[in-house]
Design a protein around this ligand. Sequence first.
Ligand code: SF4
Length: 299
Amino acid sequence: MYGFPIQYEEPVFRPPSEGRSLLIQQTIGCSNNKCTYCNMYRSKTYREREQSEVLRDIENSANYFKKLGRFPEKVFLCDGDALGAPTENLLSSLKKINESFPDDTRVGVYATAENMLLKSDEDLRSLRSQGLKIAYLGMESGCDKVLHLTVKGNNAQDMIDGCTKLQNAGIDLSVICMLGLGGKKFTSSHVEQTAKVLSQINPTYLSFLTTMAIEGTPYHRMVQRGFEMLTVKELLTELRDIIDLCDFKKDVLFRTNHVSNMYPVGGVLNKDKTSILDTLNQWIDKTPEGTYPPKPSHM
Ligand code: SF4
């Protein structure tokens, strides 16, 4: 965007649904930065930005949009787990956004289970009351063996506890899981445990990514040494089985719309479960055995 006043510390990532959001870097990198399949922030060392820099970015971008005569509907706080920033800094950013942007601006953030657990109930309620409306968690799997294998940094119970805390504070939760993350070895427990944990968490939004072995990552090296990844047919079968086993008490908006997914599908669970399963079964039937998804160099 010509004349846009923010100089980002690249690379910058955001969820697909934040594609039209104003991005503000509250933190740089990811505080975990160890997940074996992820190369998103490997070029960055995690740090919390000076709050004065964050406030300057918010103010400058608000002035820019004011001159433009239109504001973005959403602001997304980056990088990989900005919920891990000190609560007072996040509250200060939210206050500035409230003062500088229209009243109904939605603020979102990436979060880890660790971030959620380290915040007090009071912290989370204050963040919600100041406008933090949604957090995105890369849960990836509900299976502890898979979470351990991929050095996720939190186990399934942490995911449940963190998400419960966050949602009790009134913050919407969007959970992302990864198809095929446990490879052929852990596919059964990945399916069963992911469905079980998702059913307990009952997020507002749920999406799935397809696991890719990205060159340069420990996961890629594991695959080179013989860890067996799933074929397209097996990935679709995992997705079908997880959806089939999930039992939600409240509506979940489900979608697979990430660039790494070959087959976009979506709907409201449990309401659209039958039609989603029908679609997945048709794809499974049509997909030949032994084909693998394309290999990107990044996600
Ligand atoms: S997957 Fe998420 S938590 Fe793990 S290293 Fe990447 S950004 Fe960090």
